[in-house]
Design a protein around this ligand. Structure first.
Ligand code: NAD
Length: 488
């Protein structure tokens, strides 16, 4: 085919500081054209075994370095990625389908910041101490890295989420074997090329590419990997939990969401509407924190809907490298079909689609006709029990429904299996505070969305995950604590 006649980008595993060619590969598609443009190693047990061995061998040297030495290396790595920011942003956009603008302003700057943040944060932890004068004792805690950390990341924010795990893991003195999503492996591979230059000893960061079923599971099942940090779907997390159970592994699970936005009648719509458009459709709706159920108080329901749909229709979908485009392509053909099928199911149940899929036509540039594009889609007249209101769609689809009272909306917002993020829009401080307290959600943003201080805990309740990530939380996860008692 045409695609194969072009020179394909061929990735290699990165094990013990060396790039290692693979014996078999997976095709990776450019979602904006539908062409195969890259080949990703299809690793399995053998490659994971070699990577874990390299990580184990590197552990004594790396774990005995001072936090300051590790910090300097992390900062150097941040500088090197930042130096190549434009190349990384282009690669992320091509691999994932997101706009270059989004990769340039969100994904890659955050990957850089992840290393800088943990380079600094690692210098500021203290451990606990308790005196017991009557017994002549003093107790204190000490923290040490755990060992080889297994890190598994998804395709939606590839380098952003992978580095959010690598940075704290190695800052704490662990060595790692990382397994990025087989659909978005390129920027992880690019980062590997910078590790030696940053001063990272060989074997501290190893990256094994491949599918979840083969490479991911081999990592999860490896007896010498005591800890797994996973971000991805709830279904995969169940499998990882089962597979790791015989080894009693420490797990951090960051999973899906079905995030509500609650808009009270005293909300400032000039702020709420543009932010809720972003929270629904940013990155093609492929962010775990994206809004997909919008509850609007009855008195402003039609006003909200009119303005929201008018703005959604203005969103431009197309070539991800076009700077005027708001939304790029979805990750894969299969995912696009899945997202579309939700819209069809909603219609079959009697819901109405006000804009987007099946309603408006999407004109694409010639080169993008086979890409996986879809318009921002707004669904109304949908029941709370509908799959569109219960399941994570993970695409540019949002449902808008009306509510009457505070009590009612809290119940309805909580009536899903997930509990990751929520937004609340109101100018009444007391109400905002009451509602935030009662929402079953790891994160609640009021009158804003996606504003993060990395010091504070990030993570979900219920089926949205186990554990939290953040300065203190990640430090605790990636270290083993010991209580020591000294009697004089
Ligand atoms: P996924 O669960 O299919 O895959 C995630 C990763 O797990 C990939 O690297 C995959 O190869 C690997 N994997 C798959 N099966 C495995 C197995 N049996 N053993 C070990 N590893 C396996 O998820 P996805 O489709 O890549 O990502 C989308 C999902 O991620 C959504 O549900 C989204 O909400 C979630 N997500 C959550 C957060 C968060 O912080 N809570 C952030 C981003 C994405």
């Amino acid at each position: 085919t045409m695609a194969h006649s072009k020179a394909l980008l061929v990735l290699e595993n990165f094990i013990g500081g060396k790039f290692v060619p693979s014996s078999s590969y997976i095709d990776s598609y450019d979602p904006s054209t539908g062409d195969v443009y890259c080949r990703v190693p299809d690793s399995g047990k053998e490659e994971v075994e070699a990577a874990v061995k390299a990580a184990k061998d590197a552990f004594p040297i790396w774990s005995s370095k001072s936090p300051l030495e590790r910090s300097q290396i992390l900062n150097k790595l941040a500088d090197l990625i930042e130096h190549d920011l434009e190349a990384f942003a282009r690669a992320e956009s091509k691999d994932q389908g997101k706009t270059i603008t989004f990769a340039r302003t969100v994904d890659i700057p955050r990957a850089v910041y992840n290393f800088r943040f943990f380079a600094s944060s690692i210098l500021h932890h203290t451990t606990e101490c308790a005196e017991m004068a009557t017994m002549g004792c003093v107790h204190y805690t000490s923290r040490a890295p755990v060992g080889v950390a297994g890190l598994i990341s998804p395709w939606n924010l590839p380098l952003y989420l992978l580095t959010w795990k690598i940075a704290p893991a190695i800052a704490c003195g662990n060595t790692v074997v990382a397994k990025p999503s087989e659909m978005t492996s390129v920027t992880a591979w690019m980062m590997c090329k910078l590790l030696e230059k940053a001063g990272l000893p060989h074997g501290v960061v190893n990256v094994v590419f491949g599918t979840g079923a083969k490479a991911g599971e081999a990592l999860v099942c490896h007896p010498d990997v005591p800890l797994i940090s996973f971000t991805g779907s709830t279904l995969t997390a169940q499998r990882i939990t089962e597979k790791s159970a015989p080894h009693c592994k420490r797990l951090s699970l960051e999973l899906g969401g079905k995030n509500p936005a609650i808009v009270f009648d005293d909300a400032d719509l000039t702020q709420c509407i543009p932010t809720t458009l972003r929270s629904s459709f940013a990155n093609q709706g492929e962010i775990c924190l994206c809004t997909s159920r919008i509850f609007v108080q009855r008195g402003i329901y039609s006003e909200f809907l009119k303005r929201f749909v008018a703005e959604a229709k203005k969103w431009k979908v197309g070539n991800p490298s076009d700077p005027t485009v708001n939304m790029g392509a979805l990750i894969s053909k299969e995912h696009l079909e899945k997202v579309r099928s939700y819209v069809k199911k909603a219609q079959a149940e009697g819901a109405r689609v006000l804009c987007g899929e099946g309603v408006d036509s999407l004109a694409l540039p010639t080169g993008n006709q086979k890409g996986y594009f879809m318009l921002p889609t707004v669904i109304v007249e949908v029941k709370d029990e509908s799959c569109c209101m219960q399941e994570e769609i993970f695409g540019p689809v949002t449902c808008v429904v009306a509510f009457d009272t505070e009590e009612e909306v809290i119940q309805r917002a909580n009536s899903v299996k997930y509990g990751l993020a929520a937004t609340v829009w109101s100018s009444n401080v007391g109400r905002v505070h009451r509602v935030a307290q009662r929402l079953q959600s790891g994160l609640v943003w009021t009158n804003c969305w996606l504003v993060r201080d990395l010091n504070l805990p990030f993570g979900g309740m219920k089926a949205s995950g186990i554990g939290r990530e953040g300065a203190k939380d990640s430090y605790e996860f990636f270290t083993e604590v010991k209580t020591i008692t000294i009697k004089h």
